[in-house]
Design a protein around this ligand. Structure first.
Ligand code: SF4
Length: 655
């Protein structure tokens, strides 16, 4: 059994310098410096700061041959500072640089979309023979690097990026997770032919759903090749900044770690590189309690990017956002007043349902008057009353929406009695099944419930779980109800309090995001002990991070990277301040013209550094304004959004 985590996918071990990567070893944390190699001492200073913060491998961009000597100088400076962290060179478009820099670093990352290819779109369709000849050309260009890496004992990373695939791969597989995987495996085949196995793979995208699908597929393909597969480097690229960047990273990287995938991680934030390390560490540390490997997504097909219908079967509506108010006993009046006051200020963060717990008749009376106050705020807001089965008659009499708790030992005859008492109102009830840590008892209660409902002629239900194994229990629910032919809504009722503010974001984002990305979850709620507006804000951000419900613009912005042509963090802040009130618009803010247009993937608008002090503006993939002076660029971007009809005035401005 793997001592690091019993759920990790077994892989080979790849050494990068003296750091071992693979399933026998802890998940390694890495980052990339922002400083350019033009100043090797500044670059070394940033590497040093990263290593002190807990970064175990550091990547450096090396655009040109002159960077090889500068990298040597940087390493000398690192030796003077006694910093021993392995260095990885990032290479795009320049096989010569990859070959030369291999002498100086511990690992080289190449992008299979641009190592041997340029974007030309000269050929739209490749016959099998032409495709084969293209692969021979790739092997010819790539194998010298592989042979040299083998001779020097260096590692390679084959890193596909969504949006930066070769014309050849695009023509056959499209810009899809399958295309990303095929693109990497073309290069992987060359490594195998050369008997070289010190390879790590990555499949990055700014869209967590795309990267999750690509990594899953890649792991399956690598593991089907016999022997132990290669380790995986996980990342959501261009995740943005602040809480949203952390959430998007947690949703993508955390989902895969929950499944036992991933051996090294990089969190890509538009912030100083050291800020990435605590986020990456928290995600890596979750691997120690991974339990989810054996439960794949339910057989509802992969999430469809163009539609949210998979999220709420039968209605096509996105998940409902609810809050938990806990027990509203006699002492809770002040808390209720403050909750009503906060919800009255919630503006675009709509609370669509509130859940209270009842234990006695007096609680039900209090719930009734609470419901009336909520109705005054928003007539559509529902108050759900969570109770044990014995309170059903009282809850129904008060005309409140019941959420029934099924404890792990609820016997079948009690469920039958509840169904009897509810009469024809079965669809208006949410059943919450308690999954104990062993998960077996909860499964048995669920099976009993489904059987009773089936006999009662019921085919639709809302069901949730209470369990510390959050993802596993909800995946089991989703599987069981779809297998049993139920038209189910699965409610995700998250609970937990964390003293550390970062943990309070990361853990709910992983638990909820992993399920939402797989189309599981029609209602989401949380009970974190925080203020209601804080919880609401977090839920909406997680839904947005998982692309399940978009109420704000989506920003795709570069992380720390030595190729950037402007101060990404301040420019991103400026653009966010102007456009933060827009809805359902994706804006990419990319540091360089070399990779920016490719890596901005499915953005509606692009702001791409084209040279010192200048920017190109894009609508989708089309460049519409070139070399705009940087000081004018935010205004011109706004004008562009207005011209395309995607602008709306902010309500604050209107007031
Ligand atoms: S697009 Fe951004 S992250 Fe990618 S190479 Fe250019 S500056 Fe770096």
């Amino acid at each position: 059994m793997n001592p690091q985590s019993p759920g990790r996918r077994p892989t080979r071990t790849v050494m990068v310098g003296d750091v071992a990567i693979g399933s026998e070893h802890p998940i390694r944390v890495q980052s990339m410096i922002n400083a350019s190699l033009a100043d090797p001492v500044a670059a070394a200073r940033e590497v040093d700061a990263l290593a002190r913060a807990g970064c175990e491998l550091v990547r450096v961009t090396t655009p040109s041959l002159s960077d090889v000597d500068r990298l040597r100088e940087m390493r000398r400076e690192l030796s003077r500072r006694s910093v021993r962290v392995p260095i990885v060179a990032d290479v795009h478009f320049t096989p010569k640089v990859a070959f030369a820099v291999l002498e100086v670093v511990d690992k080289v990352r190449i992008n299979p979309g641009n190592f041997a290819d340029r974007k030309r779109w000269a050929v739209e369709h490749y016959s099998d023979g032409e495709y084969e000849r293209e692969l021979e050309r790739v092997a010819e260009k790539f194998s010298p690097l592989v042979r040299r890496a083998k001779a020097l004992g260096r590692a390679l990373r084959i890193g596909s990026n969504h949006g930066s695939l070769s014309d050849r791969v695009l023509s056959r597989y499209g810009d899809t997770p399958l295309g990303m995987v095929e693109s990497a495996l073309e290069y992987g085949a060359v490594c195998r032919d050369e008997g070289f196995f010190d390879v790590v793979y990555s499949m990055k995208s700014s869209n967590p759903r795309v990267m999750i699908a690509a990594y899953r597929l890649l792991a399956e393909r690598l593991d089907s090749q016999g022997k132990l597969g290669a380790p995986l480097h996980l990342g959501v690229t261009e995740a943005g900044r602040g809480i949203d960047g952390r959430i998007k990273s947690a949703v993508g990287i955390g989902s895969l770690i929950e499944e036992g995938l991933g051996d090294t991680v990089r969190v890509s934030l538009t912030e100083p590189s050291v800020n990435e390390i605590p986020v990456a560490r928290q995600l890596a540390e979750r691997a120690a309690r991974t339990r989810c490997v054996s439960v794949p997504p339910p057989a509802t097909g992969p999430p469809d990017e163009a539609s949210d219908s998979f999220l709420r079967r039968g209605t096509g509506l996105p998940p409902v956002v609810e809050l938990e108010a806990g027990h509203i006993g006699d002492q809770a009046r002040g808390r209720i007043d403050s909750m009503v006051e906060q919800l009255s200020r919630a503006s675009d963060l709509r609370c669509e349902g509130l859940i209270v717990d009842v234990f006695e008749q007096a609680d039900i009376d209090r719930a009734r008057s609470f419901a009336e106050r909520l109705h005054g705020l928003d007539p559509d807001m529902v108050l759900r009353v969570r109770a044990e089965l014995c309170w059903i008659p009282a809850v129904r009499k008060a005309r409140l929406a019941p959420l029934l708790l099924l404890a792990s030992r609820t016997p079948r005859y009690e469920i039958e009695k509840a169904v009897d008492l509810l009469g024809g109102e079965l669809t208006a009830v949410e059943w919450s099944v308690e999954f104990e840590s062993g998960l077996e008892e909860g499964g048995a209660v669920l099976a009993g419930l489904l059987d009773v409902l089936d006999r009662a002629g019921q085919s639709a239900l809302v069901v949730g779980a209470r369990s510390d194994a959050f993802a596993v229990s909800h995946r089991r629910l989703a599987h069981a109800v779809t297998r049993a032919g139920f038209e189910a809504e699965v409610a995700l009722r998250h609970r937990g309090t964390w003293a550390d503010p970062l943990a309070a974001v990361i853990h709910p984002a992983v638990d909820l995001g992993a399920l939402l990305c797989d189309g599981i979850g029609t209602r989401v709620s949380t009970a974190s002990g925080a203020q209601p507006l804080v919880d609401l804000d977090l839920l909406y951000r997680i839904l947005q991070g998982a692309r399940a419900r978009m109420i704000r613009p989506e920003y795709i912005s570069c992380p720390s990277c030595g190729r950037t042509q402007f101060d990404l963090e301040s420019v991103t802040r400026k653009i966010q301040a102007r456009t933060g009130h827009l809805q359902d618009v994706k804006i990419a803010i990319m540091g360089c013209i070399v990779n920016g247009p490719g890596e901005m993937a499915d953005a509606d608008f692009g702001y791409v550094g084209s040279g010192p002090g200048t920017v190109h503006l894009f609508v989708g993939r089309e460049r519409v304004e070139a070399h705009v002076p940087e000081r004018e660029a935010p205004d011109r971007l706004e004008a562009l959004i207005r011209r395309t009809g995607r602008w709306r005035e902010s309500t604050a401005a209107q007031a």
